[in-house]
Design a protein. Sequence first.
Length: 97
Amino acid sequence: MRGGRQRTDANQAEIVAALRAAGCSVWLTYQLGHGAPDLVVGRAGARTVLMEVKATEDDLLTEDEERFFAAWRGGPLVVVRTAEEALWAMGIETGED
């Protein structure tokens, strides 16, 4: 749905749970639409990362998401597909290879 997607990817709950278990604060923003990323994640008062959650490598950014990524001038904005990728984006070692 253009401008106001209301669904989450199947892996989002696992990613959010892993981030919170690692001590991150997570704000769910997927309902904002207009290409806004799915999550705003903070850690230790020093790092904030915007995350777009995709279920598989085949899932591409929507046109709205591409525009948001191109226009964003703030801190890191990443696409994550797994809890390990999300933790890595926050600078948290998982021991996974």
